[in-house]
Write a new protein. Structure first.
Length: 176
């Protein structure tokens, strides 16, 4: 367990600005007797704190962390199928429901550097959108980060769309 960790955005379900710092007792005790001056834009607004409290309460009451742990193997399996079936997918990784995969070129290396744009990327974005799936793509990395309440059926449906869209990208890269 780390001595300190920070959190933000998601603590209010991203509705309101709030951030915080969690720390172990020995760090807290030190800061209590050795105060430091600081300020923050996202600090202690009562409405934001109420939203954060309700979000944390919902996460605990509905075992969202347990649900994520149950969905992680499904994400792993689906990502592995992308790597196995599509030459345009180099590798994939997942922790919880934070997942993604990297696009590959004909040579099996990354499709491009992270600061470049390859014509296959807008093709993939448009094909995904036409099929009802929107995701973030940065450089050669495609993010797969669904809501933490996603169901197994919704994961499978999303990966069906990914497979269909990557078929188009595979063909495009093969014919470049």
């Amino acid at each position: 367990m780390p001595d300190m960790f920070t959190f933000a955005k998601g603590v209010t379900s991203s509705y309101l600005p709030l951030s915080g710092v969690g720390m172990r007792d020995h760090v807290f005790d030190y800061l209590r007797t050795n105060p430091m001056g600081y300020g923050s834009t996202y600090f202690a607004h009562p409405v934001c704190c109420a939203a954060g409290y309700e979000t944390v309460k919902h996460v605990l009451e509905n075992d969202i962390v347990g649900h994520v742990k149950r969905m992680e193997p499904i994400m792993e399996r689906e990502l592995a199928s992308l790597v196995a079936e599509h030459p345009s997918v180099k590798q994939a990784r997942v922790i919880g429901l934070g997942a993604g995969f990297d696009l590959a070129g004909k040579d099996g290396n990354f499709l491009m550097r992270m600061d470049e744009m390859h014509p296959a990327v807008p093709l993939l974005k448009n094909t995904l959108k036409e099929n009802g799936l929107i995701t973030l793509i940065r450089g050669h990395h495609v993010h797969c980060t669904p809501p933490l309440i996603i169901t197994e059926d919704e994961i499978k449906e999303s990966f069906e769309i990914l497979h269909k869209s990557l078929d188009v990208v595979d063909e495009f890269i093969k014919n470049e």
